[in-house]
Ligand binder design. Structure first.
Ligand code: DWN
Ligand code: ZN
Length: 407
């Protein structure tokens, strides 16, 4: 099956199909189970610009609403990372007489709250009303809209042009990428930078992190596909930086053509991607086989644990767990519940697999034999916090990069 590329109109060839899926952050109230939204979760690569993208998309107003479940401040490592981002911007880019930064998808203000505290002019653009309110409570100026060409034009008319436009785990979520980039072109100042941090396809493929594929992630960026996208919309990729967030991301920096000298990192990562064949169909064919292997290994292990009469519960209910539980057909029969620290997820069901989400206390109250770590990208923070579990003989099950037990 193929579609036309959302970036360049080229032919997108499918390479992996994760089946009938629901919305990753759709955590349901039990009474809403009848009204679930399903779609076919499959990704393909554009034959022209190499952009990897979903074949079918869930309308954005169904994904971002006033009960959005993901709060970016939900982990200490993320709070530290985004406070550091804010300081870096203030030291490097926001140094003029009247600097102005716009964040696309500011969520609960995890980054802009530091900017606001420093009294620097800013604006968060956040369509999910509930998290926007959390940002406002931290003193962040927020416009509750989706960012597109119309919104960018409105912002420029009222506030002027921006020195920095930033997005974290947001740009790859926006299907109408043309309107977004035309908006960046309208809003960005002549010497400004457009910086965004997104899951890296190189890491997803390299670590078989197939659970990063879900409805919110429309695009799966590489340096090559971002550079082609930048060129197409009159911008230039001038820096790339690998960051550890969410299991491995890249921070991309774009500027207006010839305004900044591209750093060596751009050429280095482009060369590394060529060496790895990160735009070759064979690479994705191998990825598809690896995904099927992980599914088989995980389900076999969970069934063995059940057959031996031992208990496993899930730990962390990230959006990623929706993809894993639905693709591997893991239900409450294999994993009776998942504990999660996000109040708005507790008491709800993982969409599709209907595994109940319970507070962290449910885990500590009666340790299971195994904990299946869906929030694997927070492994260090979580395993440190839950040291008593291992001291009591508990074992962790991880499935990235392959199924393994940490005892
Ligand atoms: O792109 C996205 C990224 C930024 O965040 C969004 N599409 C949605 C979301 O993805 P995610 O849900 O996979 O993010 P996390 O940060 O991997 O989610 C971690 C989950 O684990 C949260 O629900 C919080 C929970 N958690 C916990 O229960 N105990 C996290 C930690 C650190 C903990 O100690
Ligand atoms: Zn394309």
């Amino acid at each position: 099956m193929y579609i036309n590329c959302r970036v360049c109109g080229g032919n997108v060839q499918e390479f992996v199909d994760l089946g009938r899926q629901t919305m990753a952050n759709g955590f349901l109230r039990p009474e809403d189970v009848e009204r679930e939204y399903f779609f076919r979760l499959a990704v393909g690569m554009c034959e022209l610009c190499t952009m990897v993208q979903l074949l079918e998309e869930v309308p954005q107003h169904l994904r971002y609403h006033d009960a959005y479940r993901y709060h970016a401040s939900g982990s200490e490592s993320h709070r530290k990372h985004f406070a550091q981002n804010a300081r870096r911007f203030m030291e490097s880019e926001l140094t003029g007489p009247d600097p102005f930064i716009v964040e696309i998808g500011c969520n609960d203000g995890v980054m802009l709250s530091t900017i606001a505290q420093a009294g620097v002019r800013h604006l968060g653009v956040e369509p999910a009303g509930n998290v926007a309110e959390l940002a406002k409570a931290k003193g962040v100026q927020v416009l509750s809209e989706f960012f597109d060409l119309a919104t960018a034009t409105e912002i420029r008319a009222e506030h002027g042009r921006a020195d920095v436009i930033f997005g974290a785990n947001t740009i790859c979520h926006i299907a109408d990428i043309e309107s977004l980039l035309l908006g960046v072109d309208v809003l960005l100042g002549p010497d400004g930078v457009f910086v965004f941090e997104e899951p890296y396809l190189g890491t997803i493929v390299g670590r078989t992190a197939f659970d990063q594929i879900y409805d919110e992630h429309i695009f799966y960026f590489t340096v090559r596909s971002v550079q082609a996208m930048a060129d197409r919309f009159g911008l230039e990729l001038v820096d790339v930086e690998r960051i550890p967030l969410h299991g491995g991301e890249i921070r991309y920096t774009l500027a207006r053509p010839s305004k900044r000298t591209p750093t060596p990192a751009v050429g280095d990562l482009l060369a590394a991607e060529r060496t790895r064949g990160l735009a070759e169909p064979e690479t994705f064919e191998r990825f598809g086989h690896d995904v099927e292997r992980v599914r088989g290994d995980l389900v076999t292990l969970l069934r063995e644990i059940r057959a031996e009469g031992r208990r496993v519960v899930g730990y962390g209910a990230p959006g990623k767990c929706t993809t894993v539980t639905n693709y591997c057909e893991i239900g409450p029969d294999l994993v009776p519940f998942i504990c999660d620290s996000t109040p708005s997820k507790q008491g709800h069901l993982v969409s599709g697999s209907h595994i109940p989400v319970r507070p962290p206390e449910a885990f500590a109250h009666d340790y299971p034999d195994f904990a299946l770590l869906f929030a694997w990208n927070h492994a260090e923070e979580i395993m440190t916090k839950e040291k008593a579990f291992r001291d009591a003989g508990g074992k962790w099950i991880l499935y990235v990069p392959d199924v393994h037990i940490i005892g």
